[in-house]
Design a protein around this ligand. Structure first.
Ligand SMILES: [Mg+2]
Length: 422
């Protein structure tokens, strides 16, 4: 959170499964659309928050499977764990809050008396969350009975039924909504209360997110019956909450447009970058667009190939250098020439490229350093390179690529680096 010194322009707080991530979209197109928009228009001055029912273990598994960006803040285990940054530093203040009238031993002891409840995997049992599966037909009755028993034992707990099968028992003060309220209060104390906050969800445990005052909300088009029912009963007349027409991450983009929270045109929706060249004054934008171009190039989806390569070459400094992650160096212009040879070599294949954590800093007037993680999905294999680009710009002229350096990130164990071009 130290990345920003002033209040974020937008904070998106999104659920993951069936909201940010569409499990029916094997190409992950809506997620990739969102990623490009976020890195292009929001990363530099906004916060991305993931709020998921998943435990840290299952959250990390999802990040390996899907092209998820790195969030600024992660709220996991149905709002019982809040962590910050890439290294996921836990919020100890939140842990103290949750200990009020909570006893894990008593919760387990009482819940185990119900044969209808089937305990979920060990990784999903957390210090402030006990999770079961229960049949839809039994859920209401069990919830009622359990609540009475906990009350008798002096506990103050919350029972959430979600996704038509998951039953989570949490401290009363926990949940996605309470975690968001805590976070907003904390940000306000630090002078970083977001200008706008947009909550995004699809199921029962997301309903709380839409009850926090001054927060915009989107239920994605594929939202579950339980959430739509909650909305009809509790928030039907709230103009700040919409049911999107589009699925998952595309529904989030739709809501950004609907509530006028900022730009909502993803670079992935622009077919010809040459046409919007004049607005390219931000070096971060330039890099996001370049890697999108690179994906399309290898997929054989670029028209005007000659015009593109000529324009790219013209924007590279004549003595500019590209340092490949293997350590090999070559001129930037030669690298562009080499690109010609691999036009369309990934046509019809599973090949995607996305940028994560794009950060541009202007070191001296007219010079920028852009740092990012460049990801490449090639069939079932995924690799990441930490990429640093130096740009210069003279008054009234476009940006010039001066130097590009890549190093393998620690997640990418690479035995053969010959297929990595840029
Ligand atoms: Mg969900």
């Amino acid at each position: 959170m130290e990345r920003l010194t002033s209040p974020p322009r937008l904070m998106i707080v999104s659920d993951l499964d069936h909201t940010m991530v569409d499990h029916h979209d094997s190409e992950n197109l809506s997620l990739l659309r969102f990623n490009s928009l976020w890195e292009h228009a929001y990363r530099h001055d906004s916060f991305l928050v993931f709020s998921t029912g998943r435990s840290p273990t299952l959250y990390k598994e999802l990040r390996k499977e899907k092209p998820l960006l790195t969030p600024d803040i992660t709220i996991m285990s149905v709002g019982t764990e809040i962590t910050y940054g890439d290294s996921m530093v836990p919020d100890h203040g939140w842990v103290d809050t949750l200990n009020n009238k909570w006893d894990l031993g008593i919760v387990k002891e009482e819940a185990c008396k119900f044969p209808e409840l089937k305990l979920q995997a060990e990784t999903e049992q957390r210090p402030h969350k006990v999770s079961f599966y229960v049949d839809k037909s039994k859920a209401q009755e069990v919830t009622k009975e359990l609540s009475q028993r906990f009350e008798k034992r002096g506990l103050d707990v919350k029972i959430i039924y979600s996704g038509g099968m998951d039953l989570d028992i949490l401290p009363q003060g926990a949940g996605k909504g309470q975690a968001l309220a805590y976070l907003l209060k904390k940000l306000k104390t630090e002078g970083k209360l977001p200008v706008n906050t947009l909550a995004c969800g699809d199921s029962g445990n997301d309903a709380e997110l839409f009850s926090i005052p001054d927060v915009y909300g989107v239920m994605v088009s594929n939202a579950q019956e339980e959430l739509l029912k909650w909305h009809a009963e509790n928030a039907k007349d709230n103009p700040k909450v919409i049911h999107a027409k589009e699925r998952c991450a595309s529904g989030i983009i739709e809501a950004i447009g609907h509530f006028k929270l900022g730009p909502n045109l993803s670079p992935r929706d622009v077919s010809d970058f040459l046409e919007c060249k004049t607005e390219n004054v931000n070096p971060g934008h330039e890099v996001v667009k370049f890697f999108l171009f690179y994906e399309r190039w290898r997929r054989g989806e670029v028209e005007n190939c000659e015009a593109y390569t000529a324009s790219l070459k013209a924007s590279c400094h004549p003595s500019g250098v590209f340092v490949h992650p293997s350590g090999a160096e070559k001129s930037l212009r030669d690298t562009i020439d080499e690109l010609r040879k691999c036009y369309g070599d990934k046509q019809g294949k599973k090949f995607r490229v996305w940028a994560d954590q794009v950060l541009a800093t202007d070191t001296t007037p007219g010079t920028w350093i852009v740092k990012l993680d460049k990801w490449e999905q090639n069939g079932e294999e995924r690799r990441c390179c930490t990429t640093t680009v130096k740009f210069t710009s003279k008054e009234g002229e476009g940006l010039v690529w001066e130097h590009v350096q890549q190093t393998w990130s620690k997640e990418s164990e690479v035995k053969d680096d010959s297929s990595w071009i840029i």
